[in-house]
Design a protein around this ligand. Sequence first.
Ligand SMILES: C[S@@+](CC[C@H](N)C(=O)[O-])C[C@H]1O[C@@H](n2cnc3c(N)ncnc32)[C@H](O)[C@@H]1O
Length: 397
Amino acid sequence: MNGMMNNQLPNPDQESLQHSSKVGAHIRGEISAAQGSIAFSEFMQHALYAPDLGYYVSGLAKFGAAGDFVTAPEISPIFSRVLAVQVADALRQFNAVAERNILEVGAGTGSLAVNVLRKLQELGQLPTNYYILDVSDDLRDRQSEAIQDALPSFFERVVWLDGLPERFDGVVIANEVLDALPVERFTKQVGSVMQRRVACENDELCWQIAVAPTYLSAAVVSLENALGVAFNDGYTSEVAFSQRAWISDIAKSLNQGLIFIFDYGVSQREYYAIDRQDGWLRCHFRHYAHSDPLRLPGIQDLTAWVDFTAVANSASKAGLRVISYCTQAQFLLQCGLQDEISDMTSLPTSAQIEMARQVKVLTLPGEMGENVKCLVLGKGPITVSERVTDIDRSHAL
Ligand SMILES: C[S@@+](CC[C@H](N)C(=O)[O-])C[C@H]1O[C@@H](n2cnc3c(N)ncnc32)[C@H](O)[C@@H]1O
């Protein structure tokens, strides 16, 4: 998710404000039903996913120029096309089994699906089926329309799932999904771990700090032990139990194959650095990024960067191999970005300039190039090319 940091947000239009006040009322109802406060993770769940109301499930624009943020597949088809080359390599290895599928989790507007499938068609490596698992009915509709328009002959092999398959052979793709899962927030206070909760005062959402439940304090103490630090008073950050559970569930479902995860994130040591006093939660509204999640409930995106060490550890515990961890820039540059832009000179100048802009956003360190990481996991005999293992920096996790 790309956006400049700013606390001065543009004014929402009337319709958005009305929607936000409905979401606010829903959340205040939940707070009152819970006798005064809810954990931040519950707040994030309601703000993003409350049925018909939450940011991801309502009909808001969200993606692109008219929305709040842009993701790599929205910035350029190059991202999906480079990824597709690695996916094709994996699918080729499935000749002996009856089915070789792709499962995309959290498919947004369907851009990644369209461009991965187009490239796979060019490479003669279309999967048996392309499964999509997304919690948002609104986005499912947009995905369906985009894929039907772009690839009518493949459309009947695209299947929307309501849950993970019991047994899956193939390639799992998740771009910017982990950072959209609800996280717990904690603050250290007089040496104790406190839980950040959301309450309501004079009809306004506000923070409340309470003694942390055992599962949260134990997780924070275990982080302090693993890192050999004691967080100072006032130190605030997140623990993403949801991200850990997500990868364990995928591991159970995957029989053999690869998992490609792209997301904003860092190693655990960087995530819980002593100078990172306020965690990694970010909010996006109309391409402005800020750090107050209680503003504009339901009409701004909330994301928490990923602790990739925790995800890799959960993956290993669940029986997955950690194959490669690298930056998005390393992945794209190493895995074929050059091939995708090699015939750029045959394009009109305006298209060349636009493509150069897209490549910059995808690869420059201050943009997505270094902030977004790629984690490749695997199960069974399916392997990746040396292009991917050569750039592995998982020792840094
Ligand atoms: C930030 S968007 C990224 C969309 C797309 N992958 C892209 O890169 O443009 C997050 C996506 O994940 C979906 N999502 C969130 N939680 C999910 C979950 N638990 N399971 C499946 N999809 C989920 C959202 O509905 C949305 O499509």
